[in-house]
Design a protein around this ligand. Sequence first.
Ligand SMILES: Nc1nc2c(c(=O)[nH]1)N[C@H]1C(S)=C(S)[C@@H](COP(=O)(O)O)O[C@H]1N2
Ligand SMILES: [Mo]
Length: 355
Amino acid sequence: MLGRWLGAAVLVCFVTGVISHYLQHPPGWLADDLPSRPAWGYRFTQGLHVASGIAAIPLVLAKLWAVYPRLFVWPPVRSVKHALERLSIGVLVAAVLFELFTGLLNTVQWYPWPFSFVPLHYAVAWVIVGALLLHIAVKWEDIRAHWGKRSSGTLSLPAQDTPDRRSLLLAVAASVGAVTVTTVGQSFTPLRRLDLLAPRHPDHGPQGLPVNKTAAAAGVTSVPESWRLYIEGPRPYSLSLAELRGLPQYEVELPIACVEGWSKSARWTGVRVRDLLERAGAGPGARVRVESLQRGGAYRVMEMGASYARDPLTLVALRLNGEVLAPDHGYPARIIAPNRPGVWQTKWVAKLEAL
Ligand SMILES: Nc1nc2c(c(=O)[nH]1)N[C@H]1C(S)=C(S)[C@@H](COP(=O)(O)O)O[C@H]1N2
Ligand SMILES: [Mo]
């Protein structure tokens, strides 16, 4: 029973994780065709990714508790097949613990290790899938026998074990419920008042929106009066802030959805990226490379595929919830696009380059 619950959580976590990976790091052939709709898609899948990962923690602890006496079976190895089976379970357990531990620490932006989080977290996910398929294959006879017995109605525990079994499952279900309900409010706004344990609260931040990287942390402490947005393409040009404000403005309701699990919807006002690119002479198949005023850091430069660049919801936003962008939200201008990981919603935009 615990194995099935854990298996379901791991499956949801894996599928949503792969979606997140492809939305963040698409291979070249896919980059222009990523779906920019539904606008809330990444918010949903990434919220589910972090929630299923958190739910898997009590499940994996209970599962390990239920099986740990087998660690001490004697003799430890009976045959080559038995040795390989034990080895594969060792790999599975180690990979799952690594994945849940690194994922949980990522949600609090703590990286106490010498490797880069994203590629390793991604690679180990595949190790889990392989080890899990092997584990299911090895146990296939047991699994089939179990379901067979169940349908013929003869599955029976010793009668005196039934209350213990029920208490254990209730306790595990209560733990899963508790960790979920006290964290899921970071992305599922109706439950935000119960968000007691998640590192981000959707209401805490300037203009009602959380901030990951402040202007001070990014080193963008002052924006010069002479700031202009440069748009490069076949017919390059640039616009002052006043000129940008003079162009047709559009208002969109779009979420910021951080890979770390928090997300919040907001009302953004600004100029359509596709209008800016069109004026630079770029065709509808153009990609765009966006540069920030930020001097360094992994998110100084971002590339956006054609499907996003031509989506009418994709803006160079100048206002947030009716106010001029706060410095921490990317003043004077930031990118906001639908169905896109928060990391690519570039702040303090300086330049768009049609590719
Ligand atoms: N230039 C720049 N833009 C950036 C970042 C950054 O570090 N530099 N952080 C990104 C991340 S990780 C997220 S989740 C979104 C939203 O973060 P915010 O709430 O701090 O704006 O902004 C993105 N835009
Ligand atoms: Mo983020």
